[in-house]
Design a protein around this ligand. Structure first.
Ligand code: 9MR
Length: 371
């Protein structure tokens, strides 16, 4: 199995290191709760009802969820499931530029800080999301008229401000989000149009300067299987690695439609890890037509299970993050009319077949044969 070369920044996220981190966290959680140490932390067989995070730690990966600060504060069932089941968190919106700097020079870190402190309290990793994107930018930025040099300076300042604010608290950053179109060309956004494709390497270097220990990702959707878009990401990562740019991982968002997963996710993960970077499933959900039928939920369970199995079986796939864990807090119904029910729990916080499929896939670890 390939491991990143020791000179790569991604070595900080090798599965051995991650496994040690997570086992330490599992021990700490058990100690705080006064509970029996989960069997997984001993390296033994985890119980059938073990939470996802214990099973994932046993496999040397994390299992995370996107979470929202407001819901964490207002809904104790939500926060309790989040803390019990998951050992990683991605702030769903709270670290985006429009959230942290709604007015130029006036920062609002409070919601993001709240999620980070929730993560620390519950021994969870934090994936920072995101530093450079073409969406959820503050109006002062999008409505201003800036020269290319000014935009470069603003971007450098934003990355430096944000990464420095959270320095030492973020396991991995989605540094650049969704840079590619489906045909593999670059999205012609504010950044690309002003700065050219070099903005990606610059952003990674600036983030690395501000927090050398954070693992730095490029994150995109529809790059889970091999296609024109993932080929473009692959070529970019290869080039960045050759140039010594501090790229540590590739995020496969994984916003799926039930029954329509690419069949070559594992092979695609492996070609990226062979470049010396980690991969992670960063935004997993799997939508169905509403109202969801039993057959759809069974298909969805199979999909979730197979993605988790792929990650468990690929050394260098460091973890799987669900994009919110329950149907009541998913972005899907608001964007895809008539679709939803894409998550592990229903809107009443009842675990769905997908939850049990993820649990089984984690419990099986590498034993499950590949599809
Ligand atoms: O889930 C997020 C939703 O609450 C926001 O309104 C939306 C704004 O674009 O962003 C959603 O999260 C996106 C993530 O940041 C990047 N990948 C796609 C996600 C779903 O749109």
């Amino acid at each position: 199995m390939h491991r990143p070369p020791s000179s790569a920044p991604s070595r900080r996220a090798t599965s051995g290191r991650l496994r040690r981190t997570l086992l330490t966290a599992a021990v700490a959680v058990a100690a705080v709760a006064g509970a029996t140490l989960p069997a997984a932390a001993h390296g033994g067989t985890a119980g059938r009802n073990a939470p996802l995070r214990s099973l994932a730690a046993h496999d040397g990966i994390y299992v995370g969820s996107a979470l929202a600060a407001g819901t964490l504060a207002s809904d104790s069932t939500y926060s309790s499931i989040a803390a019990t089941q998951f050992d990683a968190v991605t702030p769903e919106n709270e670290m985006k530029w429009s959230s942290v700097e709604p007015t130029q020079g006036a920062f609002d870190w409070a919601p993001a800080d709240q999620i980070v402190s929730f993560a620390q309290d519950h021994h969870m990793l934090v994936r920072g999301h995101n530093l450079v994107w073409n969406s959820q930018l503050p109006t002062w930025l999008t409505s201003g008229s800036y020269s290319s040099a000014q935009l470069a300076a603003l971007l450098k300042k934003h990355i430096t401000d944000e990464v420095s604010h959270f320095k030492g608290k973020i396991y991995a950053w989605d540094v650049v989000n969704e840079p590619f179109n489906g045909d593999g060309s670059y999205v012609q956004d504010l950044w690309y149009n002003a700065l050219g494709p070099g903005y990606i390497a610059d952003a990674l270097r600036w983030a690395h300067q501000a927090d050398p220990k954070a693992v730095l990702y490029l994150n995109d959707y529809n790059i889970e299987g091999q296609n024109a878009k993932s080929d473009a990401m692959y070529a970019l990562v290869k080039q960045l690695r050759a140039e010594g740019v501090p790229i540590g991982g590739v995020g496969l968002e994984s916003h799926f439609i039930a029954g329509e997963l690419p069949t070559d996710i594992k092979a695609n993960m492996q070609r990226f890890t062979k470049l010396g970077v980690n991969v992670a499933v960063t935004e997993l959900d799997d939508r169905v037509e509403l109202p969801a039928t039993a057959a759809e939920l069974t298909q969805q369970a199979a999909d979730y299970g197979s993605v988790v199995t792929d990650c468990v079986q690929v050394r260098g796939c460091v973890g799987v993050t669900a994009w919110e864990f329950d149907d009541g807090h998913s972005w899907v119904p608001g964007v895809f009319a008539g679709q939803g029910a894409a998550n592990l729990y229903d809107a009443s916080y009842q675990a769905k077949p997908a939850y049990y499929a993820v649990r089984s896939a984690l419990a099986a670890g590498r034993r499950t044969s590949s599809h």
